[in-house]
Design a protein around this ligand. Structure first.
Ligand code: ATP
Length: 308
Protein backbone atom coordinates (compact mmCIF):
# COMPACT_ATOMS: atom_id res chain seq x y z
CA UNK A 1 0.00 0.00 0.00
CA UNK A 2 1.20 3.53 -0.79
CA UNK A 3 2.36 5.83 1.98
CA UNK A 4 -0.01 8.65 2.87
CA UNK A 5 2.83 11.12 2.34
CA UNK A 6 6.22 10.51 0.83
CA UNK A 7 8.82 13.18 0.21
CA UNK A 8 11.87 12.23 -1.81
CA UNK A 9 14.89 14.48 -2.00
CA UNK A 10 12.73 17.57 -1.76
CA UNK A 11 14.69 20.79 -2.25
CA UNK A 12 13.65 24.34 -2.99
CA UNK A 13 15.47 27.55 -3.64
CA UNK A 14 14.22 31.11 -3.79
CA UNK A 15 16.52 32.86 -6.23
CA UNK A 16 19.93 31.38 -5.53
CA UNK A 17 19.39 30.52 -1.84
CA UNK A 18 18.26 27.05 -0.84
CA UNK A 19 15.34 27.20 1.61
CA UNK A 20 15.06 23.43 2.03
CA UNK A 21 17.51 20.76 0.99
CA UNK A 22 17.06 17.03 0.45
CA UNK A 23 14.01 16.46 2.64
CA UNK A 24 13.04 12.78 2.82
CA UNK A 25 10.01 11.71 4.79
CA UNK A 26 7.39 8.99 4.82
CA UNK A 27 4.19 8.87 6.88
CA UNK A 28 2.06 5.77 6.73
CA UNK A 29 -0.72 6.12 9.28
CA UNK A 30 -3.07 8.57 10.97
CA UNK A 31 -1.87 10.68 13.89
CA UNK A 32 -0.31 14.05 14.47
CA UNK A 33 3.22 14.52 13.17
CA UNK A 34 5.07 17.68 14.15
CA UNK A 35 7.32 19.69 11.89
CA UNK A 36 9.49 21.54 14.34
CA UNK A 37 11.92 24.31 13.53
CA UNK A 38 12.92 27.86 14.34
CA UNK A 39 11.71 30.74 12.18
CA UNK A 40 13.16 30.39 8.72
CA UNK A 41 13.97 26.67 9.11
CA UNK A 42 11.88 25.81 6.05
CA UNK A 43 8.57 24.61 7.52
CA UNK A 44 6.25 26.79 5.44
CA UNK A 45 8.22 26.10 2.27
CA UNK A 46 7.88 22.34 2.84
CA UNK A 47 4.18 22.62 3.60
CA UNK A 48 3.45 24.91 0.69
CA UNK A 49 5.11 22.46 -1.69
CA UNK A 50 3.24 19.54 -0.15
CA UNK A 51 -0.06 21.31 -0.66
CA UNK A 52 0.70 22.37 -4.21
CA UNK A 53 0.93 26.10 -3.45
CA UNK A 54 4.59 26.15 -4.45
CA UNK A 55 6.48 24.09 -7.04
CA UNK A 56 9.64 22.51 -5.74
CA UNK A 57 12.99 23.07 -7.41
CA UNK A 58 13.96 19.42 -7.00
CA UNK A 59 12.57 16.18 -5.63
CA UNK A 60 9.21 14.46 -5.50
CA UNK A 61 6.09 14.56 -3.38
CA UNK A 62 3.72 11.60 -3.37
CA UNK A 63 0.35 11.75 -1.66
CA UNK A 64 -1.29 8.32 -1.51
CA UNK A 65 1.18 7.29 -4.17
CA UNK A 66 0.16 10.14 -6.49
CA UNK A 67 3.01 12.29 -7.78
CA UNK A 68 1.90 15.88 -7.09
CA UNK A 69 3.84 17.14 -10.11
CA UNK A 70 2.24 14.75 -12.53
CA UNK A 71 -1.32 14.72 -11.15
CA UNK A 72 -1.73 17.79 -8.95
CA UNK A 73 -5.53 17.76 -9.06
CA UNK A 74 -5.75 14.11 -8.06
CA UNK A 75 -3.21 14.57 -5.25
CA UNK A 76 -4.99 17.64 -3.91
CA UNK A 77 -8.16 15.63 -3.31
CA UNK A 78 -6.35 13.87 -0.48
CA UNK A 79 -5.00 17.04 1.16
CA UNK A 80 -6.57 19.61 3.43
CA UNK A 81 -4.57 22.74 4.17
CA UNK A 82 -4.73 25.27 6.95
CA UNK A 83 -2.14 27.88 5.94
CA UNK A 84 -0.47 30.20 8.44
CA UNK A 85 -2.99 32.88 7.47
CA UNK A 86 -6.19 31.01 6.57
CA UNK A 87 -8.05 32.54 3.63
CA UNK A 88 -11.25 33.31 5.54
CA UNK A 89 -13.83 35.58 3.94
CA UNK A 90 -14.86 37.82 6.78
CA UNK A 91 -18.12 38.93 5.17
CA UNK A 92 -19.34 35.36 4.70
CA UNK A 93 -21.26 33.49 7.34
CA UNK A 94 -19.76 30.21 8.52
CA UNK A 95 -22.29 28.30 6.40
CA UNK A 96 -21.65 30.40 3.30
CA UNK A 97 -17.90 30.05 3.65
CA UNK A 98 -17.92 26.30 4.20
CA UNK A 99 -20.38 25.78 1.35
CA UNK A 100 -18.06 27.78 -0.89
CA UNK A 101 -15.00 25.76 0.14
CA UNK A 102 -16.95 22.52 -0.39
CA UNK A 103 -17.69 23.70 -3.96
CA UNK A 104 -14.03 24.52 -4.49
CA UNK A 105 -13.24 21.01 -3.35
CA UNK A 106 -15.62 19.72 -6.00
CA UNK A 107 -17.82 17.88 -3.54
CA UNK A 108 -20.96 16.58 -5.32
CA UNK A 109 -23.78 19.15 -5.17
CA UNK A 110 -26.08 16.73 -3.37
CA UNK A 111 -23.43 16.01 -0.76
CA UNK A 112 -22.44 19.58 0.11
CA UNK A 113 -25.00 20.17 2.85
CA UNK A 114 -23.99 17.00 4.65
CA UNK A 115 -20.26 17.74 4.29
CA UNK A 116 -20.72 21.28 5.70
CA UNK A 117 -22.80 20.04 8.56
CA UNK A 118 -20.32 17.26 9.48
CA UNK A 119 -17.32 19.60 9.35
CA UNK A 120 -19.13 22.18 11.52
CA UNK A 121 -20.14 19.53 14.04
CA UNK A 122 -16.65 18.11 14.22
CA UNK A 123 -15.06 21.51 14.72
CA UNK A 124 -17.64 22.78 17.21
CA UNK A 125 -18.92 25.71 15.13
CA UNK A 126 -22.43 24.46 14.33
CA UNK A 127 -24.00 26.99 16.71
CA UNK A 128 -22.36 29.80 14.72
CA UNK A 129 -23.64 28.66 11.31
CA UNK A 130 -25.22 32.00 10.47
CA UNK A 131 -22.70 34.25 12.11
CA UNK A 132 -20.38 36.38 9.99
CA UNK A 133 -16.79 35.17 10.27
CA UNK A 134 -15.76 38.74 11.07
CA UNK A 135 -17.75 38.46 14.31
CA UNK A 136 -16.06 35.29 15.52
CA UNK A 137 -13.21 35.21 18.05
CA UNK A 138 -9.72 34.16 16.92
CA UNK A 139 -10.27 30.69 18.34
CA UNK A 140 -13.51 30.14 16.44
CA UNK A 141 -12.07 31.55 13.23
CA UNK A 142 -9.31 28.98 13.57
CA UNK A 143 -11.94 26.25 13.99
CA UNK A 144 -13.62 27.40 10.79
CA UNK A 145 -10.19 27.27 9.14
CA UNK A 146 -9.82 23.68 10.32
CA UNK A 147 -13.36 22.85 9.17
CA UNK A 148 -12.52 23.95 5.61
CA UNK A 149 -9.37 21.81 5.74
CA UNK A 150 -11.32 18.63 6.56
CA UNK A 151 -14.54 19.27 4.64
CA UNK A 152 -13.63 16.79 1.89
CA UNK A 153 -12.33 14.20 4.38
CA UNK A 154 -8.75 14.22 3.14
CA UNK A 155 -6.23 11.60 4.26
CA UNK A 156 -3.67 14.31 5.01
CA UNK A 157 -4.35 17.57 6.83
CA UNK A 158 -1.51 20.09 6.78
CA UNK A 159 -1.59 22.84 9.42
CA UNK A 160 0.98 25.62 9.38
CA UNK A 161 1.47 26.96 12.94
CA UNK A 162 -2.22 26.38 13.79
CA UNK A 163 -2.00 27.49 17.42
CA UNK A 164 -0.07 30.69 16.80
CA UNK A 165 -1.67 33.76 18.33
CA UNK A 166 -4.38 31.94 20.31
CA UNK A 167 -5.02 32.85 23.94
CA UNK A 168 -4.55 30.15 26.62
CA UNK A 169 -8.19 29.00 26.61
CA UNK A 170 -8.39 28.94 22.83
CA UNK A 171 -5.11 27.01 22.81
CA UNK A 172 -6.51 24.23 24.98
CA UNK A 173 -9.59 23.91 22.76
CA UNK A 174 -7.59 24.04 19.54
CA UNK A 175 -5.25 21.30 20.77
CA UNK A 176 -8.22 19.15 21.71
CA UNK A 177 -9.65 19.54 18.24
CA UNK A 178 -6.32 18.82 16.51
CA UNK A 179 -5.84 15.64 18.58
CA UNK A 180 -9.37 14.57 17.71
CA UNK A 181 -8.74 15.12 14.00
CA UNK A 182 -5.49 13.16 14.31
CA UNK A 183 -7.49 10.08 15.27
CA UNK A 184 -8.59 9.44 11.72
CA UNK A 185 -6.45 11.75 9.60
CA UNK A 186 -2.72 12.14 9.21
CA UNK A 187 -2.07 15.65 10.50
CA UNK A 188 1.22 17.34 9.65
CA UNK A 189 1.52 20.34 11.90
CA UNK A 190 4.29 22.91 12.11
CA UNK A 191 5.42 24.87 15.10
CA UNK A 192 8.52 26.61 16.37
CA UNK A 193 7.50 25.79 19.94
CA UNK A 194 8.79 22.49 21.21
CA UNK A 195 6.31 22.22 24.07
CA UNK A 196 3.48 22.53 21.53
CA UNK A 197 4.83 19.64 19.47
CA UNK A 198 5.37 17.74 22.69
CA UNK A 199 1.75 18.07 23.68
CA UNK A 200 0.27 17.19 20.33
CA UNK A 201 2.46 14.90 18.31
CA UNK A 202 3.21 11.21 18.01
CA UNK A 203 6.21 11.83 15.78
CA UNK A 204 8.49 14.77 15.29
CA UNK A 205 10.48 15.95 12.30
CA UNK A 206 12.93 18.65 13.16
CA UNK A 207 14.15 21.09 10.53
CA UNK A 208 17.16 23.32 10.82
CA UNK A 209 18.56 25.44 8.02
CA UNK A 210 16.28 23.66 5.54
CA UNK A 211 17.46 20.15 6.43
CA UNK A 212 15.98 17.42 8.58
CA UNK A 213 18.10 17.01 11.69
CA UNK A 214 15.82 14.62 13.54
CA UNK A 215 12.90 12.42 12.51
CA UNK A 216 11.47 9.81 14.86
CA UNK A 217 8.81 9.19 17.51
CA UNK A 218 8.21 11.68 20.29
CA UNK A 219 9.52 9.07 22.75
CA UNK A 220 12.77 8.73 20.83
CA UNK A 221 13.03 12.51 20.74
CA UNK A 222 12.57 12.68 24.51
CA UNK A 223 15.39 10.21 24.97
CA UNK A 224 17.55 12.11 22.53
CA UNK A 225 17.14 15.46 24.21
CA UNK A 226 16.86 14.32 27.78
CA UNK A 227 16.41 17.26 30.10
CA UNK A 228 19.44 18.00 32.19
CA UNK A 229 17.66 19.56 35.12
CA UNK A 230 15.21 18.49 37.79
CA UNK A 231 12.74 20.47 39.83
CA UNK A 232 12.62 19.61 43.52
CA UNK A 233 10.20 20.71 46.20
CA UNK A 234 11.59 20.31 49.67
CA UNK A 235 9.99 21.23 53.00
CA UNK A 236 13.38 21.90 54.60
CA UNK A 237 15.66 22.83 51.75
CA UNK A 238 19.39 22.49 52.41
CA UNK A 239 22.10 25.04 51.60
CA UNK A 240 23.17 25.08 47.91
CA UNK A 241 26.57 23.69 48.92
CA UNK A 242 24.91 20.52 50.27
CA UNK A 243 23.22 19.90 46.93
CA UNK A 244 26.39 20.64 44.99
CA UNK A 245 28.20 17.98 47.00
CA UNK A 246 26.03 15.27 45.38
CA UNK A 247 27.85 13.51 42.58
CA UNK A 248 26.56 14.64 39.16
CA UNK A 249 24.99 17.92 40.31
CA UNK A 250 26.52 20.78 38.34
CA UNK A 251 24.48 23.80 39.42
CA UNK A 252 21.54 24.73 41.65
CA UNK A 253 19.05 27.57 41.37
CA UNK A 254 16.61 28.30 44.15
CA UNK A 255 13.25 29.47 42.77
CA UNK A 256 11.97 30.12 46.31
CA UNK A 257 12.71 28.77 49.79
CA UNK A 258 11.18 25.36 48.95
CA UNK A 259 11.70 24.93 45.23
CA UNK A 260 15.02 24.35 43.61
CA UNK A 261 16.16 23.60 40.08
CA UNK A 262 19.05 21.15 40.06
CA UNK A 263 21.18 20.86 36.94
CA UNK A 264 22.98 17.59 36.41
CA UNK A 265 25.41 15.99 34.00
CA UNK A 266 22.95 13.58 32.36
CA UNK A 267 23.47 10.67 34.75
CA UNK A 268 20.07 9.02 35.13
CA UNK A 269 20.66 7.92 38.71
CA UNK A 270 20.71 11.49 39.93
CA UNK A 271 17.08 11.33 41.14
CA UNK A 272 17.84 8.40 43.43
CA UNK A 273 20.92 10.11 44.81
CA UNK A 274 18.92 13.26 45.53
CA UNK A 275 16.18 11.25 47.23
CA UNK A 276 18.76 9.43 49.34
CA UNK A 277 20.45 12.68 50.31
CA UNK A 278 17.08 14.11 51.27
CA UNK A 279 16.29 11.19 53.55
CA UNK A 280 19.73 11.35 55.09
CA UNK A 281 19.69 15.12 55.56
CA UNK A 282 16.00 15.39 56.62
CA UNK A 283 15.14 17.76 53.73
CA UNK A 284 11.62 16.30 53.40
CA UNK A 285 11.45 15.84 49.64
CA UNK A 286 7.87 16.40 48.49
CA UNK A 287 8.22 16.38 44.72
CA UNK A 288 10.83 15.62 42.09
CA UNK A 289 10.28 16.00 38.33
CA UNK A 290 12.22 16.34 35.12
CA UNK A 291 12.28 19.94 34.10
CA UNK A 292 10.40 19.96 30.80
CA UNK A 293 10.11 23.72 30.64
CA UNK A 294 13.77 23.83 29.74
CA UNK A 295 13.33 21.60 26.68
CA UNK A 296 13.09 24.68 24.50
CA UNK A 297 16.58 25.67 25.65
CA UNK A 298 17.86 22.19 24.88
CA UNK A 299 16.35 22.43 21.42
CA UNK A 300 18.23 25.65 20.86
CA UNK A 301 21.48 24.08 22.01
CA UNK A 302 20.85 21.05 19.82
CA UNK A 303 20.16 23.15 16.73
CA UNK A 304 23.33 25.11 17.32
CA UNK A 305 25.38 21.92 17.47
CA UNK A 306 24.38 20.79 14.02
CA UNK A 307 27.19 21.45 11.52
CA UNK A 308 26.20 23.59 8.54
N1 ATP B 1 9.15 34.03 -1.01
C1 ATP B 1 10.39 33.94 -0.54
N2 ATP B 1 11.40 34.52 -1.20
C2 ATP B 1 12.68 34.41 -0.76
N3 ATP B 1 13.05 33.72 0.32
C3 ATP B 1 12.08 33.12 1.02
C4 ATP B 1 10.70 33.18 0.64
N4 ATP B 1 9.97 32.48 1.52
C5 ATP B 1 10.84 31.99 2.43
N5 ATP B 1 12.10 32.36 2.14
C6 ATP B 1 13.31 31.98 2.87
O1 ATP B 1 13.39 30.56 2.90
C7 ATP B 1 13.81 30.10 4.17
C8 ATP B 1 12.75 29.19 4.76
O2 ATP B 1 11.58 29.96 5.04
P1 ATP B 1 10.19 29.33 5.54
O3 ATP B 1 9.17 30.42 5.55
O4 ATP B 1 9.92 28.10 4.77
O5 ATP B 1 10.59 28.93 7.02
P2 ATP B 1 9.65 28.63 8.26
O6 ATP B 1 10.34 27.56 9.02
O7 ATP B 1 8.27 28.37 7.83
O8 ATP B 1 9.71 29.98 9.08
P3 ATP B 1 8.49 30.87 9.65
O9 ATP B 1 8.01 30.14 10.85
O10 ATP B 1 9.18 32.15 10.00
O11 ATP B 1 7.47 31.00 8.57
C9 ATP B 1 14.08 31.34 5.01
O12 ATP B 1 15.44 31.63 4.93
C10 ATP B 1 13.26 32.41 4.32
O13 ATP B 1 13.84 33.67 4.50
Amino acid sequence: MSAIVKLEGLSHKYGSAWAIRDINLEINRPGVVGLLGANGAGKSTTMNILCGVLKQTEGRVYIQGIDTRKEPEQARKHIGFLPQHPPLYLDFTVDEYLTYTAQLRRIEKTEIKKAVSEAKERCGVAHFSNRLIRNLSGGYRQRVGIAQAIIHKPKLVVMDEPTNGLDPNQLIEARKLIREIGKDHTVLLSSHILSEIHLLCREVVMLEGGRIIFSDSMDAFNNYVRPHSLLLRLEKAPAPADLLKISGVTKVDFLNSKQVRVYFDGDEEIAERLAEASTYGGWQLREISLDKSLLDDIFKQLSNQIPA
